[in-house]
Ligand binder design. Sequence first.
Ligand SMILES: Nc1nc2c(ncn2[C@@H]2O[C@H](COP(=O)(O)OP(=O)(O)OP(=O)(O)O)[C@@H](O)[C@H]2O)c(=O)[nH]1
Length: 346
Amino acid sequence: MNPTENTTSADAPEPDQPENLEAQLSAIDGMLSSLKKAPGDSLVPVAEQRCGLVAIVGKPNVGKSTLLNALVGQKISITSRKAQTTRHRITGIRTRGATQFVFVDTPGFQTHHNNALNRSLNKTVLGAVGDVDLILFVVEAGSFTLADAKVLSLLKQDIPVLLIANKLDNIHRRAEIAPWLKTMHERHAFAEFVPMSAKNAKDIERLFDICAKFLPQQAWWYAEDELTDRSEKFLASETVREKLFRLTGDELPYTSTIVIDKFEEEPPAKKGQKRLLRIAATIVVERDGHKAMVIGDKGERIKRIGMETRVELEKALDAKVFIEMWVKVRSGWADDEARVRSFGYE
Ligand SMILES: Nc1nc2c(ncn2[C@@H]2O[C@H](COP(=O)(O)OP(=O)(O)OP(=O)(O)O)[C@@H](O)[C@H]2O)c(=O)[nH]1
């Protein structure tokens, strides 16, 4: 390369004059002030931000968890409840470019166990899936069974649904997919068809781009990488709640609640070890009979709730967890506003 090219080119811009500089600086200033900082000090202008709720639904074993993990990463990032998401259990948040995707759980989409608990959960879920911005309906590419049809029938017509034809890598003759997609087209007015594999990183990138278009333009609700102590505490109480209801079935009224009395973190004792979380949780029930139900025969049930909570939290929070659990009776707490507030509800 000719070394003089860099300095003597006739097209080279004049060095900045002071007035030029000032003009530039004030232009940059103007630009910066128009970029209202989003949570997490992001420089994506609020006016360009998109944010919304995405539900992933489908019958068991179609790859929902694999997809969610690929979309949000292994670590579930739960944050404190925000007004917009009080009715949902958030399973993950991912901010990518100008768009924040808030993934929500859909615990009731279990078509196998049609007991009363599931029916009541299905009702809740219908509510939850009823007000998300986008639904990813996951099926196995090339297949559509009665169980898929049941899930599809629970979805509302007015929310965009993407058909995620997952496990495409299992289909060896791609030509077979076209006629199948055509039959799927007749089953529901899907907003888009996405044949893909949840295990393929490129497909995941493409899916993000497709999803972004369906989320409304609005300011992000969460910081780009929000994961605070408070959020971990929230995850702890949600995990206890989930185990409690799963292990007591529909015997326990939904007025029972969880209070996290202690949530303390200790750094790893040695390098390479995990941090330690000491958690104390109280399950608040309305009657003595409920207390006995939660404790179980010789304390079996509460032990199991504690054990399953610990295992799940250790995985989700990448920490060693010690958890103590108590059961208290506070009759009528659900009607007592001040007490409800003291339990952390608004
Ligand atoms: N070949 C292939 N296998 C996949 C793909 N996605 C998921 N799987 C596998 O499918 C199985 C079920 O995946 P999960 O993610 O657990 O499915 P799920 O829908 O969350 O299942 P439930 O928790 O029972 O509702 C696992 O063995 C995954 O490894 C894919 O794109 N290709």
